[in-house]
Design a binder for this molecule. Sequence first.
Ligand SMILES: [Zn+2]
Length: 264
Amino acid sequence: MAKHIALALAAHPDDIEFYMAGTLLLLKDAGWEIHCLNLASGNCGSVDRNAAWTRATRRREARRAALVLGAAWHPPLCDDLEIFYEIKPLRRLAAIVRQVKPAIVLTHSPQDYMEDHTNTCRLAVTAAFARGMANFRTVPPRRPIDNDVTVYHAMPHGLCDGLRRPIVPEIFVNTTAVQATKQAALACHRSQKEWLDLSQGMDSYLKSMDELSLAIGKMSGRYRHAEGWRRHSHLGFCSGKADPLRDALGNDTLPNPNYDSSPP
Ligand SMILES: [Zn+2]
């Protein structure tokens, strides 16, 4: 029996707060241990501060946000626009998966608006796949683990793939009850709020997260605020019927009846 541990793997500081934090908070309320890791440092997230200042500031902000979520925090592995599907980050990420032993991995959509997100998704999927392969060497070295893991993909930015086609979730999660805490976690990323406020008007940062969860809620036809998820193939990960997210969150989840017939 896998322990109740969920690991969120995202590209940039604040991506978890945008796309995944509501579900993480609900899992936490259901007694799960939750972990957060953004692969990139966020060093490009400023127009007037240098990379070193931005990297250090965003690291502090991400740690604070993890504290608000009640999540264990893992440091980033590289800088923005430097997330590649290659062996170095894969070995490090696989070590983290073996160490954390998650039953649920939350990550980006395989189709998304930019490559840091899609590369993070590919690294997360392979790191989870490699968890039990004795001959795959991780850095630092960690023993293989044998627990099942179910990988869930978040909704892409803008709810569309890179070719502007809509992406439809398989499962809706009702995040209405935790929306305020999700907002509080996102607000920890103050440096982003400041420069987006300046460039896009007051509180655009918090407002766009609100609009996103309201839009997914509307898609569900039932919930006010929601997050949407799609399960990765079970092959090499878990049993075909495994859906630990629905098992854990029960009435706060809703399958999408239109999912199977939707375009990829
Ligand atoms: Zn991002």
